[in-house]
Design a protein around this ligand. Structure first.
Ligand code: ADP
Ligand code: MG
Length: 307
């Protein structure tokens, strides 16, 4: 189990990156922590991977405390930091073999492990090419290969797929799906879609707080209303009888509601020549719904006033 209890992290007085963050999850399969930039994902990963002290609270993984048992914990975990890059002037072979020797393997064992992993990742043809000459996706795979080849059964991957093209991303997904059979992978991402494909459990973090935790179906159930209407023009619109209104980052308004109500509202919008789109909720909508509170009432008017 991974237990996080009321973890708070204050980098500067009065500015908290984590605010009494708590969760308990089984330490197996893949856990995805989702949140936008600045939500606190990297802070939590660094604390759990024993790279940084917490300000208050406590956390343990398989019974080992991240502060008191940090040395012991480091034996079973490996981490790819968000800004992690394979050293440019080394080849993947030099880079990974030296990492493994630093973790205590002999050169012979390290080389054997390295070769096995590179084959698995299908990048063995790059074993002796300088890291700086590799594509972004291959570079990222070298780092994942590095932690895979260690004896660590717990892997922390901070945004492993950010910046990858769709093909490299899918290749990495395949690798992670294979890895999760005998590893616990804790990853962070911006994408609920990625979490849906990979994760057994998903946490949503916003402003240092845990907003939701569960499987993708648990998260879907958190959403009361399955239909979404996006108002594309800035006209005022009618308050729905049932549902919530969310203001999107792009300034558009979105009504989430029942299917029946969505049909009724869309007929009105057509009559009033307001541009809109209507869809079942996407995963992105669910994310927004969970992290954003429905908006204040100033931008819509009451039914009676309009009709
Ligand atoms: N070393 C640091 N010193 C001060 N503030 C920091 C530091 N690292 C992160 N922060 C702040 O903590 C918050 C959470 O950051 P971070 O954990 O990196 O979020 P995420 O990984 O979700 O983007 C942000 O407001 C960020 O500016
Ligand atoms: Mg981060």
């Amino acid at each position: 189990m991974l237990n996080v209890r009321n973890v708070t992290k204050e980098y500067e007085p009065g500015k908290k990156a984590l605010k009494s963050f708590s969760m308990s999850i089984p330490a197996k399969g893949i856990f995805a922590l989702i949140g936008r930039n600045g939500a606190g994902k990297t802070t939590l990963i660094r604390i759990l991977a024993t790279q940084m002290a917490l300000t208050a609270g406590s956390a343990d993984l398989n019974g080992l405390n991240v502060i008191k048992d940090a040395d012991e914990l480091r034996e079973i975990i490996a981490c790819v930091p968000q800004e992690g890059r394979a050293v440019g002037w080394l080849t993947p072979r030099q880079f990974v073999v030296s990492y493994l020797m630093w973790r205590g393997f002999t050169r012979k064992d390290a080389t054997a492990r390295f070769e096995k992993v590179l084959k698995e990742l299908n990048i063995n043809r790059y074993a002796d090419t300088l890291n700086r000459l590799l594509s972004g996706g291959t570079k990222r795979k070298v780092l994942v290969g590095m932690v895979m080849s260690s004896e660590a059964k717990v892997l922390f991957l901070d945004e492993p797929t950010t910046g990858l093209d769709p093909i490299s991303r899918h290749e990495l997904w395949n690798t992670l799906m294979k890895l999760k059979k005998d590893h616990f992978i804790f990853l962070t991402t911006h994408y609920l879609e990625e979490a849906e494909v990979l994760a057994d459990n998903i946490g949503i973090i916003e402003d240092g707080r845990l907003m939701a935790l569960g499987t993708i179906s648990d998260l879907r159930r958190k959403v009361k209303y399955p239909y979404s209407i996006k108002i594309l023009s800035d006209k005022r619109f009618t308050k729905p009888k049932k549902g919530d209104i969310i203001k999107g980052v792009d300034g558009h308004y979105q009504i989430v509601t029942t299917e029946k109500e969505a049909r009724r509202i869309s007929r009105q919008l057509i009559d009033k020549k307001v541009r809109f789109s209507m869809n079942p909720l996407t995963l992105d909508d669910i994310f927004y719904y969970i992290v954003k509170k429905p908006i204040a009432e100033e931008n819509y008017v009451n039914e009676e006033e309009h009709y």
